[in-house]
Write a protein that binds this ligand. Structure first.
Ligand code: ATP
Length: 296
């Protein structure tokens, strides 16, 4: 296991920020860490990096103590608001980081190319947009082919195309065996691009599973959107005991056990129906279900 957390507890004065949090991240796994503002995500990441000490529990990074030299050599981190020297060019900043890490500074060019900054490599970082600075952070995190990548809200400030490119890089790293733990408030992108979801609610871990399993555990309603033949929406709504949402669409709500039977009912209407879409609960629905449960 690349990362193992067990019963991790952190307090600031008498405020418990993390309460017995425990989960693992395996090689090649992409795990999303979700939670409201102040849920404890950044604190947990800093504990994994050895920047903050936990009061209780254990953390193991490749079997090593967090913050130890060997653990740090295998771990990369991108902070929420990474900032760089505005007078340095992207190339100079990366060469500096490479030297600090004992790597060949000539690797700067290929790293900048990889994050889409090849053309801006010789411009001062002070002239970069927020998204470009975020890419410098990503290039920095790629130094030394880390086995564990910790990313604190890495896509905030990136436009949709840059976000997609960012996740392509993550996919490549995961395919090479890098374990990835990333926090995000952008639930839609996390839904499609990670293997497992961990949800913190006021410092308590309220979920830790694949999205499919969380969906099952939450047993939230599924929506079936039936598209009726022109002029037949009322008839379809009445036959299926559904609700007409506009001129042609009829909405049905059911639980996962009823889904196949309801699809059978729809299919039995034959030519009255044009199409049907099955809309499972989104990660937002699942997230708010588990977060509320944690606060109950
Ligand atoms: N150095 C500190 N001293 C006192 N309290 C702190 C300190 N650092 C964090 N906290 C508190 O710990 C709690 C968790 O903060 P943390 O930054 O880990 O949350 P987060 O989930 O990363 O939030 P966000 O999504 O807003 O980044 C908050 O209540 C915060 O005020």
């Amino acid at each position: 296991m690349c990362l193992t957390l067990s019963q991790v507890t952190k307090r600031y004065d008498d405020h418990t920020v993390l309460d017995a949090v425990g989960f693992d991240v395996a090689a090649g796994e992409r795990v999303a860490l979700l939670g409201h503002n102040g849920a404890g995500k950044s604190t947990l990441m800093k504990i994994i990096l050895g920047l903050v000490t936990a009061e209780g529990g254990t953390v193991s990074v490749h079997g090593l103590a967090p913050g130890s030299y060997r653990a740090r050599m295998q771990t990369a981190y991108l902070a929420e608001n990474a900032s760089f020297h505005p007078s340095l060019t992207g190339q100079e900043q990366l060469r500096y980081y490479l030297r600090l890490r004992g790597e060949d500074p000539r690797k700067a060019a290929s790293l900048l190319e990889r994050v889409g900054l090849g053309a801006a490599a010789n411009r001062r970082i002070g002239t970069y947009s927020k998204g470009m600075r975020q890419r410098v952070g990503m290039a920095q995190a790629l130094i030394g082919e880390p086995k564990l990548l910790i990313l604190d809200e890495p896509t905030s400030g990136l436009d949709p195309v840059s976000r997609r490119e960012f996740y392509v890089i993550l996919d490549e790293l995961a395919a090479q065996g890098t374990a990835i733990l990333l926090s995000s408030h952008a639930l839609t992108e996390v839904e499609a691009r990670t293997d497992r979801i961990v949800i913190l609610s006021s410092g308590v871990m309220v979920a830790n599973d694949t999205l499919a399993n969380l969906r099952q555990q939450a047993s939230l309603p599924i929506h079936l959107q039936v598209s009726a033949q022109r002029g037949k929406a009322d008839e379809v709504a009445q036959k299926l005991s559904g609700e007409r949402s506009n001129g042609v669409m009829v909405d049905l709500v059911c639980n996962s056990e009823e889904k196949l039977a309801r699809l059978g009912d729809i299919s039995a209407l034959g030519p009255l129906v044009d199409d049907v879409d099955v809309i499972p609960p989104s990660l937002e629905d699942i997230y708010s279900h588990f977060s509320k449960r944690g606060n109950a």
